[in-house]
Design a protein around this ligand. Structure first.
Ligand code: ATP
Ligand code: MG
Length: 406
């Protein structure tokens, strides 16, 4: 049975007083985009929810699209009928019969919003529940822990009957919490961090450091593909800033502090990211750090590395373990791309014993000993290559900035 409508519910952001209009407009736009392939679908807004009238468009295909819209807490396929007892009883039975598996227990929860309707909620629970019980032998009522809760909402314009609640992506509508720069390597973690940041309503621009010619064309393609996958979640293009890190990395690798190479690299990366964030009006930097995962992600390392910037460093994965991160990477479709075996700039010149407890004073001295570090950082920012990655196209469509370096 194809439902008549879909009821869409939102999460916490419905309570955000002043920002409410902005959230409302964004979520409406995103829902419209999600169902744009279904021309007969009609979208309406009522009582802090969105309703989609299907007009015969297929529910399952639409549900797949809605599941990835940030800001949707849950949705339900609905059978709609008129405000008359017999019609409601028969719709209730239809909904129960359409369940993929017939339950042993259920309960009816009626909400009467239309006060003109002759039976109140309690009476309706009995009138509808009794009818279903008569028609479906073997079914029992369990009010405390029912397998299925059959919901009936009697609104002034009609009655909505539904039982299933489909989990949405949650979070906030895209872009409603500002913009941040995502430090995107080709690894498993940072694309997941980017996804979670976007889900929380952040618009992102990605920055990737490469060490061409030590890193390859394929490594670049891999990062482009990761950005493309992320862009599919919002349907909007994402800017990718490609930064040449070769000179800085080479200089760092040549200084006398082998165990500090990663710490020094991360600090320079952050300095560059901070400047790009300023240019792009981004107010935070997102990384894929997860506490303790590698030497540069101990609390002590993060402390020394993080001091290079005053921007908030957002680390969505900080307390997740690797299995949890991998599970999300698989779910969002970045895992297979992330595990392609191309060298990242950080896997080159990796020290044998990276420090887990760097000393800020020694790190700062090491930086002073690298002549021209500040100039190289400015140069890296000045020669950034910016691509605009669209969700539907496998290659970058618009290039601004420097010529290709591959
Ligand atoms: P990932 O799987 O995201 O690469 P990781 O566990 O391999 O993470 P690191 O390589 O130590 O960890 O990197 C920590 C974080 O630093 C990354 O999650 C990413 O945000 C950032 N980062 C590392 N290398 C790069 C790079 N080449 N370009 C951009 N950001 C990077
Ligand atoms: Mg990495």
């Amino acid at each position: 049975m194809n439902p008549d409508m879909i009821l869409i519910r939102f999460g916490e952001f419905t309570v955000k007083g002043k920002n409410r209009d902005r959230f409302d407009q964004r979520i409406m736009a995103k829902v419209k985009r999600a169902v744009s392939d279904f021309p007969r679908a009609e979208i309406t807004r009522a009582y802090g929810r969105i309703y989609i009238t299907l007009n015969g468009e297929p529910y399952e295909a639409m549900a797949v699209k809605l599941k990835s819209v940030f800001g949707i807490a849950s949705f339900s396929p609905i059978r709609r009928t008129v405000n008359e007892l017999e019609a409601i009883r028969s719709a209730a039975l239809d909904v129960m019969r359409a369940l993929p598996k017939q339950p042993d227990t259920f309960k009816v929860s009626v909400r009467r919003v239309d006060k003109g309707f002759p039976h109140d909620s309690q009476e309706m629970n009995h009138l509808v529940g009794g009818h279903v019980l008569r028609e479906l032998p073997g079914l029992k009522v369990n009010v405390r822990e029912p397998e299925v809760e059959l919901k009936v909402e009697i609104q002034p314009e009609g009655t909505y009957v539904f039982s299933s609640v489909v989990q949405g992506a949650g979070g906030y509508p895209h872009g409603t919490n500002g913009k941040a720069l995502l430090m995107l390597s080709g690894g498993i973690d940072s694309p997941v961090a980017g996804y979670l940041a976007m889900r929380q309503g952040l618009e992102i621009e990605a920055v990737h450091y490469h060490s061409y010619p030590f890193t390859s064309e394929q490594a670049k393609e891999k990062v482009i593909e990761l950005v493309r996958i992320l862009s599919q979640f919002t349907g909007s293009s994402i800017k990718l800033h490609l930064v040449s890190f070769t000179d800085i990395q080479t200089a760092i690798a040549q200084c006398d502090h082998n165990s500090l190479i990663i710490t020094l690299m991360r600090r320079s990366m952050l300095r560059i990211a901070e400047q790009l964030a300023g240019q792009r009006e981004a107010l935070g930097i997102v990384t894929g750090d997860s506490l303790g995962q590698v030497a540069s992600q101990t609390l002590s390392s993060m402390n020394v590395i993080g001091r290079t910037t005053e921007l908030p460093l957002l680390r969505p994965l900080i307390t997740m373990d690797k299995n949890e991160i991998i599970r999300i990477a698989r779910q969002i479709g970045t895992f297979e791309t992330s595990i392609l075996p191309y060298e990242d700039c950080c896997t080159l010149f990796v020290p044998k014993n990276p420090t887990t407890n760097p000393n800020l004073g020694i790190v700062e001295k090491a930086e002073e000993s690298i002549s021209n570090l500040d100039e190289m950082i400015l140069q890296a920012v000045a020669t950034v290559e910016t691509l605009t990655i669209r969700p539907d196209i496998r290659t970058a469509v618009e290039t601004a900035g420097q010529d290709d370096w591959f």
